[in-house]
Design a protein around this ligand. Sequence first.
Ligand SMILES: [Zn+2]
Length: 333
Amino acid sequence: MKRINYTFLFLLCAVLPFISCGSSNKNNAQENETEEQALVKAPDFNADSAYTYIADQVAFGPRVPNTAAHRSCGEYLAKKLEGFGAKVYNQQADLVAYDGTILKSRNIIGAYNPESKKRVMLCAHWDSRPYADNGEEKYHHTPIDGANDGASGVGVLLEIARQIQQKAPAIGIDIIFFDAEDYGTPDFYQGMHQANTWCLGSQYWGRIPHVADYKARYGILLDMVGGKNATFYYEDYSKHTANKAMKKIWKTADKLGYSNYFIKQDGGSVVDDHMYVNQLRQIPCVDIIDYNPNTDTGFNPTWHTIDDNIKNIDKATLQAVGQTVMTVIYNEK
Ligand SMILES: [Zn+2]
């Protein structure tokens, strides 16, 4: 994913104030209501288990579309979801990358309680970037392990799938692994830079969902949720389009004692799968993404570098995110 520049932010703010003002008044009343209710305790998220699923993915090698590692990992993910009792949908698609490369892509969806109309979707991207283009120049064409950027969100969601199989929440859950998120135009590309080259898998799913007219109350996107000392701020697009769900997540984290991870302050804005989920399916979707106010990019220092590897995954961060997301979904009625 990529950070949005300020021009776009300005546009976004110019277009959306009506919507956000309209919904924020209503939100306050609803939030006060929920505040009075005690949280239902969710099952205990197991960070060791999530970590293993991350290590499993990384062990295939970089999951860059059109590679053997990518194909094998896709099989692994679908089998895992099946093993955890989900109804699995595989969306195979040929998606066109920024340079015209056809990416043999696969969105993988695991549905729980598919008959229920009350649904929440949880998502993450499972591909890894073909370029370490935020690191030293000599590595710009080296694919990354994507332990954090890709595998961490998927690892947390696989652990949640395992938990759902043991004790189902009251609502239906869809776990969606989007492909081809991180094949966006690198700065070194000499050709024309076009729009919408990131998040190709979620754009495809947004146009052709795995079931016709797919709807969910809201979505939660996990992206880079395994870094050391990660901090999750209010991502700007989420704040404008999924404010109610976003506040609910941050409040839940606070109640669970994770306010050192979930910071109730504004962070930056990113182009990520949540944008297309919202734009193409009108499902408010919150991006839980590590925002680092101390780096030039706003991302974790390992972002799009060869240091995004398993050594830089922290189980404490996985625990904070996994337990928070589980508590949110087990509190849906
Ligand atoms: Zn990335």
